[in-house]
Write a protein of this length. Sequence first.
Length: 393
Amino acid sequence: MNNDILTPKVQSFINTNLNTDIMSVLLKPSPFEEVSSRELAQQIESKNKCKEKLPIWYNSPNIYFPKKIHIEQTSSETTANYKAKLVKGKSLLDVTGGFGVDSYYFSQNVSKVYHCDLNKELSKITTHNFKIMALKNIETHATDGLQFIQNSEEPFDWIYIDPSRRDDHKGKVFLLSDCLPNVPENLDAIFKKTKQVLIKTSPLLDFSAGINELQFVKEIHVVSVKNEVKEILWVLEYGYQNDILIKTINLNKTDQESFDFSLKDEKLAFSSLSHPLKYLYEPNSAILKSGAFKSVGNQYSLYKLHEHSHLYTSNSLVEFPGRIFKIEQTLAFNKKEIQKLGLKKANITTRNFPQSVADIRKKFKIKDGGEQYLFFTTDKEGKYVVLQCTKTS
């Protein structure tokens, strides 16, 4: 960490050049003897990555920004704010603190937060930023968070872990036991110092794999932002043996969509099927990721088009956590029927259908966009159909 970056003249240069091409900054000699062109470019690039993702950091003066990879790996303010609402108490240990975004939001609900990170440089940067932000209830430690747990004489109300999802070859991994730290291997030691654990994982982690590897899973939260699944949160409570509650959340700019269901109830549920009726419902990405394919239809009294299509229909309009369309007509999937529509432009979605959106666009010469929506799917009799729809207000 180069403290000369924090001088007024360097900070002014960084803020003045936020819209400057990074390569031009790199290739020109630095105007400062004590700060290199590479360091200036890093600050500009990393700060720009925070503009939408971390506006508090972006808009705060004298923030020191780490390498862009640390910004890419951290939670957004939107998801950090959501997960902070899941915890409360006197103390929380953030085992894998990183850039400190989650710790910042945890500190709003917990009296004392302990932030640990093995990366000494990143820990220094985070410590500086917390001081700039006047956060007095976060204590930083440049150390192994699991070792910190073992050395602690006091228990914690919560322990939070965001395992690294990459192996030594920088490839994606799909088991918690392949991540760092290895949570399943250390759970017994963790539960000696807390009764409540919150774990953040990638959307790539399969529910059944996570449940098999972990103990005492109480809740699983599937968190989407603007209909894109960002993370899965696992709430563990020592001794918990009841059914697992799945909570789906889709965070939009001004509101949020929530849908909860029991994993046990989903396994026991049955879906009612129907041909397309007046309205079509497409669940948001969090619900689709959660696998609540029967529960969501049953809770909203909707029919499914096919067991594996995951599209729903009704004659009466109901509020729904996802997109809602009015079905204008249902067509058989064949070239003649689709050409009759005369559409040069449409929004196309496929569900339980053998052809991709790209193949359909190429075959029928339909460009993206417009006010018409075409759903290519399979009906309850196993026939391929096309639903021409318009979006409800």
